[in-house]
Design a binder for this molecule. Structure first.
Ligand SMILES: *[C@@H]1O[C@H](CO)[C@@H](O)[C@H](O)[C@H]1NC(C)=O
Ligand SMILES: *[C@@H]1O[C@H](CO)[C@@H](O)[C@H](O)[C@H]1NC(C)=O
Ligand SMILES: *[C@@H]1O[C@H](CO)[C@@H](O)[C@H](O)[C@H]1NC(C)=O
Ligand SMILES: *[C@@H]1O[C@H](CO)[C@@H](O)[C@H](O)[C@H]1NC(C)=O
Ligand SMILES: *[C@@H]1O[C@H](CO)[C@@H](O)[C@H](O)[C@H]1NC(C)=O
Ligand SMILES: *[C@@H]1O[C@H](CO)[C@@H](O)[C@H](O)[C@H]1NC(C)=O
Ligand SMILES: *[C@@H]1O[C@H](CO)[C@@H](O)[C@H](O)[C@H]1NC(C)=O
Ligand SMILES: *[C@@H]1O[C@H](CO)[C@@H](O)[C@H](O)[C@H]1NC(C)=O
Ligand SMILES: *[C@@H]1O[C@H](CO)[C@@H](O)[C@H](O)[C@H]1NC(C)=O
Length: 625
């Protein structure tokens, strides 16, 4: 074939404007047709004018342009001998003499799919297979063309394209399963492209998310035939996420596990996130996202938001998670120290949900209470020492209670308590002075008439004892009380000094004063004489039998001593001797006229005349005027 071309001058190309050269043909590159129907392949060809053939013949080959390959003959104008596949199926519609090689093939079947070549036969060696050829495609489905993106709410158009190249059979297109589409309409249209024709049906509608995955069908029928072809298109409707299930606001108890679910309908899949306030907790691409809080604490109380987002938009859902918990241990301005008279405010605060009832107790007595508040202030405009003590602040709600103790410590100047007094008994004066104070007071006894001050450092006269804020001092004096004697108790701490004259309280034992000093000595001497007599007679009687009884023997010994020395001692005392007198308060001054002797016979060898009351053993006192 090429050799023909080489022999021909190029100027032939100018003759026919339609075809590019004298040995060229035109036919559609591709032509589709439904199985069972027919197809008309439009075809034109050209050859050099100067050949002026008397008769023009032509051959259509299937799949190969070269006769030496013996390709199946589709049509042959010279002999009518065709390949068996094409027997009775092909007809040349065009007139070869007018260079029209249009071919019709009927009763199409799938094996006829392939390339169709036209060979011009102008007689002799002037035979040429045109390189231009037509691809016949036997199909059994219409083509549904959908736009690249179907988005909810924007109008979309689907096209069902059906080849229409068989003049004998006209296709009828219909849509199926489109009835539920919103605002749909169908238009028909015919399109020509390179001499091949298509019938197109257009379906316009407004897609919604419910149409996603919907199967739309396009069906092709031919009048008076049973042929039917259909195709299905599954809609892929894109839409912004919609939260279809999510928890509403909830109250949970601290420590319990919490599950928050957010289920989203979205195409394409959304990025779902859970946020607490503005903090991102968890995010994932998917259809739902579950947020698990194993052990919820008050810190997790707050506003939770589920946000679902894809490229088309986003949606969110908000809920409040309220974590309920028992009150925390109340916080009180630790142990408060105040000075009497000060204004004091004690604040007890806690935290709980719901708000607690707070009560402040002092020794089981309710001082103040507040309902549904996180704090309670106990106010004293002026504290007194009676406000001192241990308090409890208790906070309670339905989930539990908690309490804290605190001490309110009041510092105050000394108070002298009513039990402070002096008691004169026989020849002893005992004064009690009790004072309450904080901090602890120092008690001093003053004897103004004697120009004497004594305190507990002088252990011989003063004994002190402390219990809580109370100090009790006992002053013990021996000797006779004169009418001018008065005793002042003075209690002092850094907040002040309190002086109080102690009242005398007389016991019934001032017999000795009534009898008088001389009478007393006489009576005492008589008593001694009697004792000596009785003792000595008893001793003679039992001396052998009681020799083993050490106690009795020593007692007897003392009594011996008494008998021997009493008179001498009594005489000495009478004449004004007073051993150890510098240790005594009441006879320091001679003008008092009181002489005092205290003889402890158990300690005679030491000659110690002073004995503490606790140590009182057997003793005798001699008082002389
Ligand atoms: C070729 O022949 C067909 C069938 O007769 C006709 O429809 C078509 O118009 C012709 N083509 C040209 C270019 O004349
Ligand atoms: C279809 O068949 C009916 C009756 O056989 C006939 O009247 C009608 O013309 C035919 N239609 C076509 C398009 O061939
Ligand atoms: C949230 O919803 C899920 C599913 O309905 C449920 O199992 C869960 O208990 C809910 N969470 C709360 C805190 O109510
Ligand atoms: C919950 O958390 C608290 C504090 O972190 C812890 O004391 C408690 O044991 C936890 N409970 C559970 C069930 O994990
Ligand atoms: C949730 O949506 C509302 C309005 O739709 C918006 O104002 C708000 O900012 C969104 N919240 C979040 C966390 O995205
Ligand atoms: C206790 O705290 C409250 C508040 O902080 C304060 O007003 C009050 O003065 C405090 N009381 C004492 C005694 O510190
Ligand atoms: C309050 O004082 C008492 C007595 O001094 C003491 O036993 C108690 O522990 C104190 N309480 C507090 C909370 O300090
Ligand atoms: C007490 O002693 C002071 C000085 O030590 C002295 O001035 C005063 O006169 C004395 N008073 C009596 C009553 O002795
Ligand atoms: C107690 O008395 C002693 C001596 O009598 C004296 O030194 C001391 O200062 C006194 N103490 C007080 C607190 O008065």
């Amino acid at each position: 074939m090429k050799f023909f071309y080489k022999t021909l001058p190029v100027f032939w190309m100018l003759l026919k404007g339609v075809l590019p050269g004298p040995w060229s043909a035109w036919m559609p590159e591709n032509i589709p047709a439904f199985e069972g129907t027919c197809v008309v392949i439009p075809c034109r060809f050209n050859y050099p004018e100067e050949l002026r053939p008397s008769v023009v013949h032509g051959i259509w080959y299937f799949n190969s342009p070269y006769p030496k390959n013996y390709p199946p003959v589709v049509y042959k104008s010279r002999t009518n001998i065709v390949h068996e596949s094409y027997l009775g199926r092909t007809r040349l519609l065009g007139d070869l003499n007018t260079r029209n090689c249009t071919l019709q093939i009927t009763r199409l079947s799938p094996e006829l799919t392939g390339k169709y070549y036209f060979r011009g036969d102008l007689g002799g060696y002037n035979q040429y297979t045109y390189s231009e050829h037509c691809n016949l495609e036997i199909i059994n489905k219409p083509t549904i063309v959908t736009p690249p993106e179907v988005v909810e709410g924007s109008e979309v158009e689907l096209r069902c394209v059906v080849p229409d190249n068989c003049p004998e059979m006209k296709p009828i297109i219909s849509w199926t399963n489109h009835e539920g589409l919103s605002q749909y309409s169908v238009y028909g249209q015919v399109e020509e492209e390179g001499s091949t024709w298509s019938l197109i049906s257009m379906l316009k509608f407004l897609p919604s998310r419910e149409n996603n995955h919907q199967e739309l069908g396009c069906k092709v029928n031919y009048v008076n035939t049973t042929f039917e072809f259909d195709a299905v298109s599954i809609l892929d409707v894109k839409y912004i996420p919609r939260i279809v299930q999510a928890n509403s606001s909830a109250e949970v108890i601290q420590g319990s596990p919490v599950v928050l679910v957010c289920a989203v309908d979205s195409n394409p899949l959304a990025l779902i996130s859970w946020l607490r306030e503005d903090d991102l907790l968890y995010e994932e691409v998917g259809g739902s996202l579950t947020l698990r809080l194993e052990n919820v604490t008050y810190l997790q109380d707050g506003i939770y938001t589920c946000v679902a987002e894809n490229i088309y938009g986003k949606e969110n859902h908000t809920l409040a998670l309220t974590v309920m918990y028992a009150p925390w241990k109340p916080i009180v301005n630790v142990s408060v120290i105040a000075v009497e008279g000060d204004p004091v405010t004690i604040l007890c605060s806690t935290q709980s949900n719901p708000e607690p009832i707070i009560t402040i107790f002092k020794e089981k007595k309710v001082m103040k209470t507040v309902v549904y508040s996180s704090q309670l202030a106990l106010e004293f405009s002026s504290v007194t020492h009676e406000d001192d003590g241990e308090y409890w602040c208790i906070a309670e709600n339905q989930f539990g209670q908690s309490g804290s103790a605190f001490n309110l410590t009041i510092e105050f100047a000394p108070l002298i308590l009513p039990e402070s007094k002096c008691t004169a008994a026989r020849d002893t004066v005992q004064c009690i002075c009790a004072a309450k104070s904080n901090p602890e007071a120092v008690i001093v006894f003053k004897l103004p008439t004697r120009n004497v001050t004594v305190n507990e450092t002088d252990r011989e006269f003063v004994y002190s004892q402390r219990t809580g804020y109370t100090i009790t001092s006992i002053l013990t004096l021996r000797g006779e009380v004169d009418s001018q004697l008065y005793i002042v108790c003075s209690a002092r701490n850094l907040y002040g000094t309190k002086d109080q004259q102690l009242q005398f309280h007389h016991s019934n034992s001032l017999m000795w004063a009534k009898v008088g000093p001389v009478g007393a000595v006489v009576a005492f001497a008589i008593l001694i004489a009697v004792v000596c007599y009785v003792s000595q007679t008893r001793k003679k009687k039992h001396v052998t039998s009681e020799s083993g009884d050490r106690k009795r023997r020593s007692r007897g010994c003392c009594i011996f001593h008494i008998c021997n020395v009493t008179v001498i001692t009594a005489a000495l005392v009478y004449y004004g001797r007073h051993p150890g007198s510098d240790k005594r308060l009441l006879n320091k001054r001679e003008d008092l006229g009181i002489d005092y002797a205290n003889i402890d016979f158990t300690k005679l060898s030491t000659k110690d005349s002073y004995t503490l009351t606790e140590e009182l053993a057997e003793y005798a006192e001699i008082r002389v005027k």
